[in-house]
Design a protein around this ligand. Structure first.
Ligand SMILES: [Zn+2]
Length: 271
């Protein structure tokens, strides 16, 4: 599943190239997770002003309204001057004077949804409950710590829920907690300022590194310009059950939280 770093890498791979492009045509394939919400013809003639990201949504600002693109479980975008004929898994083409933006999504959990603005009910339904952005200036430590203090959930599950901060998926959660030396089962409200500060820094560091490495969690990931995310995440603990901790040599342990696996070092992450 594309995680926030892959979505950000995808955004960077076509944002500059498509900015200012004029839409010539829109082609739809099979239904995606949600309907487009506007007649495709209404988009023709408009310009794409910019491409932003909120959580795992790419937001294409048009002259009128915005297109919200989610890659779902298996979606990927291409943006190129010449693309082959649409195949059976290509479900959205935005044809512009600079090239075509194509959503390829075999499992069709992805979506392209139009909204008049971000306060429109279509947009609010998707965007309003998202937590803080971990990259950029909006990731405020005081608000983050207050959110930790208010939750009785285990910290791993609070991070995964995405309501406090977005982008910390299952792999990243284990890596982030290892870097912050916090056990995944620690109650969020039990984290004092020091550990909260370490966690805040670790979230930024792990996600920024993943973006710099070109998106790392998906083996078949490639960004919209076709370049592959060729660095696999060098995991400290994720997927390393029974193998020695890279810092102290203690065997890494795995436990189940909810339906998901968490990995940690019992020595480095004592509480
Ligand atoms: Zn260790």
């Amino acid at each position: 599943m594309p995680e926030l770093p892959e979505v950000e890498v995808t955004r960077r791979s076509f944002a500059d190239a498509i900015a200012g492009a004029k839409i010539h045509a829109v082609a739809l394939g099979k239904p995606l997770r949600w309907p487009l919400g506007v007649a495709p013809q209404a988009l023709v003639g408009q310009c794409v002003m910019a491409v932003r990201r909120r959580g795992k949504y790419l937001l294409l600002d048009l002259q009128q309204g915005l297109l919200m693109i989610h890659l779902g479980m298996s979606g990927s975008l291409r943006f190129a001057g010449h693309l082959p004929e649409r195949g059976p898994h290509d479900h959205f083409d935005l044809v512009t004077d600079r090239g075509t933006l194509r959503l390829h999504d075999p499992r069709r959990f992805g979506a392209v949804v139009w909204a008049a603005d971000e306060d429109h009910p279509h947009a609010r339904k998707l965007l309003a409950r998202l937590g803080m952005e971990p990259l950029g200036d909006g990731f405020d430590f005081v608000a983050f710590h207050a959110g930790l203090r208010a939750s009785r959930m285990p910290i791993k599950q609070l991070l995964l829920a995405g309501k406090l901060v977005v982008g910390v998926g299952n792999i990243y959660a284990s890596e982030v907690l290892f870097l912050a030396r916090i056990r995944p089962t620690a109650r969020a409200s039990s984290l004092g300022p020091q550990r909260a500060r370490r966690l805040h820094g670790a979230i930024r560091e792990v996600l920024e590194r993943a973006v710099q490495q070109g998106g790392s969690t998906l083996r078949d990931f490639s960004s919209a310009d076709g370049s592959a995310g060729h660095f696999q995440l060098q995991a400290s603990v994720y997927g390393r059950d029974g193998q020695p901790c890279r810092l102290c040599g203690t065997p890494v342990r795995m436990l189940r939280q909810g339906q998901r696996s968490s990995y940690f070092c019992p020595h480095c992450q004592r509480s």
